[in-house]
Design a protein around this ligand. Structure first.
Ligand code: FAD
Length: 467
């Protein structure tokens, strides 16, 4: 392996190759569940360097693991064996000039999502992808996981926001698919295939992304709902009233709010009463002529008359709107700071959310009485982060983690949903896919993997079983 390291160092230079203690920050995943020490971390500065790294590793039979911000929640961006090189895109951070006429931009795969938002703001443009990890997650990782986030119900997931891609394939070839058009039916939708491929089919190096005009006005409200069924009914009514202006429909529970307020003292909850379920709603428009405040206020009035909404406040300033959003976005952090946790990334048809939460609670309490259930997520597309904390006074889940995961996955699948809504499979959920997806579907994925990566050196053991 000394020869391999010398060859990589020669290509990458001193900043581009990290080993030993310098490689430590790249070793473990965000949840600290996966990751062994790799041979080292390659930090290429260009597509040509990525291709050279891939070629050298393939010739030496060394596994390559693409890594972005390493915020993924399924352990897909870290090594499970020492014979591996992590390829971090963190030095490829160029952002092109936005194409104002076409509404697109070309970016390197290592660009951090929040940096892209900041760059676009002065142009009156936005990239409609928002999630709690946006200060660290990178474009290549968001593509790798086909991230969704809070606006997916309106603008789609990453696959709907990527117009073109440049990818280094497992054999070192560079695929230049950096086209900037939405309509391109010249064959299979290769760009979409890479979205959600979790680094198993190639390393994304650059992307052309779709942009949208920043809304000129927004109206937001934080609501206390009588229960989850009320949140679903209110969400359906709001969709009808607000139509294309609906921009946010996020829910969380009092379990999560309590944890967030306990662990993040700078958070503020300003409503007079508490309840079991909260809904954050937002409507937005590119025109200043749409009476957003009126639409939201009258919808709230209807919700209160129907007994669905028990309390609520309209944001009266940008600062208050930001506070409302932080209450939702800090849900994962509040729970992480509480200690042990189990995450389940579920989706069901939006109309089935309340039924899932109720049935899931029964299953979970049968498995471990007193387990704290903290569901939060994206009501608009039925995505529930059905997370658990141990019962009060317990440090862990008495070894019952797998029982929760299997029961909830089967429940979601039975309701026509998914056990892997937006975080992917990574290393964490391959066994679950064995039980919840047909052998035909799994065999198709394995054939795709073999066609792209016959030697099996590109992130093996992630997403799909490899021999
Ligand atoms: P990494 O973790 O580095 O990698 C993720 C996967 O992509 C790995 O399999 C990796 O090999 C692959 N990959 C990385 N870079 C490349 C590349 N250049 N080419 C090919 N493959 C690559 N997700 C949502 O969808 N919605 C949410 O609302 C959401 N909220 C989150 C909140 C928090 C607090 C956290 C920690 C995570 C959240 N996530 C959410 C998880 C989400 O998957 C990641 O935040 C993000 O998509 C991963 O980006 P990353 O750059 O960190 O990727």
């Amino acid at each position: 392996m000394a020869d391999l390291v010398i060859a990589l160092q020669a290509i990458l230079g001193p900043k581009g190759w990290l080993s030993g203690a310098d490689a430590e920050p790249y070793r473990r995943d965000w949840l600290d569940r996966y990751g062994v020490a790799p041979l080292g971390v390659a930090r290429p500065a260009s597509t040509a360097e990525v291709a050279a790294v891939v070629n050298i590793c393939r010739e030496a039979g060394v596994v390559v693991i693409p890594q972005g911000g390493n915020t993924g929640l399924c352990g897909g961006a870290v090594a499970d064996q020492a014979n591996a090189v992590i390829v971090s895109l963190s030095r490829m951070t160029a952002i092109g000039e936005p194409d104002l006429d076409s509404g697109s931009i070309i970016v390197d795969a290592g660009v951090v999502l929040a940096a892209l938002h900041e760059t676009l703001e002065p142009h009156g443009l936005m990239f409609p992808m928002h999630l709690g990890a946006e200060g660290s997650a990178r474009i290549g990782g968001l593509i790798g996981t086909n991230a969704g986030g809070s606006q997916a119900f309106r603008f789609g997931m990453m696959q709907d926001l990527v117009l073109g891609l440049e990818v280094v394939l497992p054999d070192g070839t560079v695929w230049d698919g950096l086209r900037a058009v939405q309509k391109d039916n010249a064959g299979y939708q290769l760009r979409k295939l890479f979205c959600g491929s979790e680094g198993t089919l190639g390393i994304v190096t650059r992307a052309v992304l779709r942009l949208y005009p920043t809304p000129k006005q927004q109206a937001s409200a934080l609501l206390v709902m009588s229960d989850f069924a009320a949140a679903v009914s209110f969400g359906a009514f709001l969709r009808g009233e607000a139509g294309e202006f609906l921009a946010g429909l996020e829910f969380f529970s009092d379990v999560g709010l309590t944890l967030a307020l306990k662990h993040l003292p700078d958070l503020a909850y300003q409503l007079e009463t508490r309840g079991d379920v909260y809904l954050l709603v937002e409507i937005a428009s590119g025109s200043t002529r749409v009476p957003l405040d009126e639409i939201l206020a009258s919808t709230l009035e209807w919700g209160m008359e129907q007994g669905l909404v028990t309390d609520g406040a309209l944001a009266t300033s940008g600062a208050q709107r930001a506070q409302f959003w932080r209450l939702r976005e800090e849900q994962p952090e509040g729970q992480r700071l509480e200690g042990e946790q189990l995450k389940h990334d579920i989706s069901v048809p939006p109309g089935a959310i309340a039924r899932f939460i109720e049935a899931g609670a029964k299953l979970c309490h049968d498995i471990l009485p007193g387990v704290r259930i903290n569901p939060f997520g994206h009501l608009g597309d039925g995505n529930i982060h059905y997370n658990l904390s141990p019962p009060e006074g317990h440090a862990d889940f008495d070894g019952k983690g797998a029982a929760f995961a299997e029961a909830l996955a089967a429940l979601a699948t039975g309701m026509g949903g998914s056990f892997a809504a937006e975080h992917g499979l990574g290393r964490a959920k391959i066994a679950m896919a064995d039980r919840n997806r047909s052998s035909t579907e799994r065999a198709l994925m394995a054939r795709l993997k073999r066609a792209f990566d016959p030697q099996g050196t590109m992130n093996p053991g992630v997403l799909v079983r490899t021999p």
